[in-house]
Design a protein around this ligand. Structure first.
Ligand SMILES: Cc1ncc(COP(=O)(O)O)c(C=O)c1O
Length: 298
């Protein structure tokens, strides 16, 4: 599944450090840390009828990630929220909008790895696009040979822009003709797909891998909350790929694509032997939330 160019985004305005610029003029410096080392943190946000879904949770994760990476002179929460509001207003965007919010370590005084070369504070970018949930009705996964980062290397709890780990898995999925790469941990248990968290449902029980080797996704947390609130059995667990093959239902979660059914993994069709679709129950509760919850910004 390949996203395309949406002509509605032809003339969007992008926020960079206090300025709103046409997409063709919106640029970062060659001295910016994101260019030099992928040294940035980011969030994907979705806007429903003028409300940003789970805004506070996304901002918490952004600021936690920046703190873990020792970013200095981080803009305040008020500045970031105001930048998002300004961007939505400038583009008259209210619905079916995806925002890529990026905070880089900022511009360096000269090329180099040392964060002490960053003496001007962070660079804040708000890129909002017209983008309905991107995935089709269902997607396929292919297990990747690339293992998901662990706290032994780069902690996957930091939502950083150093995405090569995931991009390598996506390349493998592309080569295998699948929509996304299923990534495992160092012991061969499932961690997540290259850009989304994964869940399985077996005999009515929802399970997802522990967040040891995956981004603790905000949609993932919302799904677990929904299950608990509506009496749907759920658990975090160590789960092997073959447990995913034989599940009744498998789905992915993420802000970009919401909840998406997985129809096959490594060529094994996911067949529902249970009957009732628990995924549809969870999904309808999720839609209820997106119709009412969130922080109104425009
Ligand atoms: C690697 C990875 N996993 C999972 C997710 C889904 O997270 P969320 O539900 O917070 O959008 C993302 C989203 O950016 C991601 O990059």
């Amino acid at each position: 599944m390949l996203q395309g160019f949406n002509p509605a985004n032809q003339d969007i305005q992008v926020y960079i450090d206090g300025q709103l610029l046409h997409r063709d003029a919106a640029k970062v410096s060659v001295f910016d840390s994101s260019v030099q080392g992928g040294d940035a943190v980011w969030e994907g946000l979705r806007v429903y009828d003028g409300r940003v879904f789970s805004l506070e949770a996304h901002l918490d994760r952004l600021f936690d990630s920046a703190h873990a990476l020792w970013f200095q002179n981080v803009p305040s929460r008020e500045i970031v929220v105001d930048a998002i509001r300004q961007t939505l207003e400038a583009n008259a965007m209210r619905d079916d909008v995806h925002i890529r919010l990026t905070l880089t370590r900022g511009v360096k005084v000269t090329s180099g790895m040392d964060p002490r070369l960053n003496q001007q504070g962070c660079t804040l970018i708000v890129l909002a696009e017209h983008k309905p949930p991107v995935y089709p009705e269902s997607i396929t996964l292919a297990t990747s040979s690339v293992r998901r980062n662990s706290p032994m290397s780069i902690d996957s709890k930091i939502h950083h822009n150093n995405l090569i780990n995931n991009i390598m898995a996506k390349i493998e999925a592309n080569q295998a003709g699948a929509d996304a790469g299923l990534m495992l941990d160092k012991d061969g248990f499932v961690s997540e797909a290259n850009g989304v968290n994964v869940f399985l449902i077996r005999r009515g029980k929802v399970r997802t891998p522990w967040a040891d080797y995956c981004l603790p996704g905000i949609t993932r947390a919302t799904v677990l909350d929904i299950c608990r609130a509506h009496g749907i059995p759920c658990a975090e667990a160590r789960i092997s790929p073959s447990e995913f093959y034989v599940a009744d239902e498998v789905f992915t979660t993420g802000t970009m694509g919401e909840l998406t059914r997985v129809s096959a993994i490594d060529g094994r069709a996911i067949v529902n032997k249970y009957g009732e679709s628990v995924l549809e129950r969870v999904r309808s509760h999720f839609r209820e939330l997106t119709r009412s919850a969130g922080t109104r910004l425009v």
